[in-house]
Design a binder for this molecule. Structure first.
Ligand SMILES: [Fe+2]
Length: 234
């Protein structure tokens, strides 16, 4: 499996708090069957503003540690970029990163308050490859799932969080993700994990639940095929 949304990179945001924790998380991911993880620290000014260069330095340190310990996980760099007016500027200035070597960007919306300009801000971007992080977690989506129609019509990909299926973000997020999966509206699933002993460690439970909900082909698309195509910039 390929995980395109993970806060595994240490000391960059509210995710992994140390190099040691990042190694533990990667070990859990490897044991769960992941082969590639895109490290996607939050990019949100002024709280989380590490540059691409700073993140790459940490990624290389972590990658070397994984090699020394025979943890066969390939790391890529990206960001979970909170929606803002200057995304293009952040990318051009090498502050925020696209996913791996691709031209896909992962965008996060406000959790509680619907941003009326969100669709305009996204359509004004000079990029066509946009992924919306965890639509099932936004309260206004939980209340009205058709909010996503405009995003889907624009070709924006929807990335669900694995642990929504276990109720980690509440009953409404769980129900919303199930509904979206039934309608085949979710394009890919990722962990969005922040800690050890979290999503990677619970993966067997997640897989069991998901496989009851979706057919094998769709499961493979969500967990592997589409994430792989994204990293290949297809
Ligand atoms: Fe995230």
């Amino acid at each position: 499996m390929i995980d395109l949304h993970s806060h595994i990179l240490y000391e960059t945001d509210d995710g992994s708090s140390s190099l040691e924790e990042s190694i533990e998380m990667a070990k859990e991911a490897f044991e769960a069957g992941f082969t590639t993880i895109c490290c996607t620290p939050h990019y949100l000014e002024p709280q989380y503003v590490h540059t691409r260069e700073e993140n790459l330095e940490k990624l290389n340190i972590l990658q070397n540690k994984l090699e020394q310990r025979n943890i066969d996980i390939k790391l890529e760099l990206g960001n979970e970029i909170f929606i803002t007016r200057n995304i293009e500027e952040l990318i051009d200035a090498k502050k925020a990163s696209m996913l791996g070597e691709s031209e896909y960007i992962l965008i996060e919306l406000p959790m509680f308050q619907r941003l009326t300009s969100a669709i305009n801000l996204i359509s004004d971007l000079p990029y066509s490859k946009i992924i919306l992080a965890h639509p099932e977690r936004y309260e206004y989506v939980q209340d009205n799932i058709s909010y996503l129609d405009e995003f889907i019509d624009m070709g924006i990909l929807l990335q669900g969080n694995y642990e929504s299926i276990l109720g980690k973000y509440g009953r409404k997020a769980e129900k919303t993700l199930k509904k979206l999966l039934k309608q085949h509206k979710v394009d890919l699933l990722s962990t969005d994990t922040h800690r050890k002993n979290s999503t990677y460690a619970r993966f067997l439970e997640i897989e069991k639940k998901l496989k009851k909900l979706v057919k094998e082909d769709y499961y493979k698309d969500l967990t592997y095929n589409l994430p792989k195509d994204i990293l290949r910039n297809i």
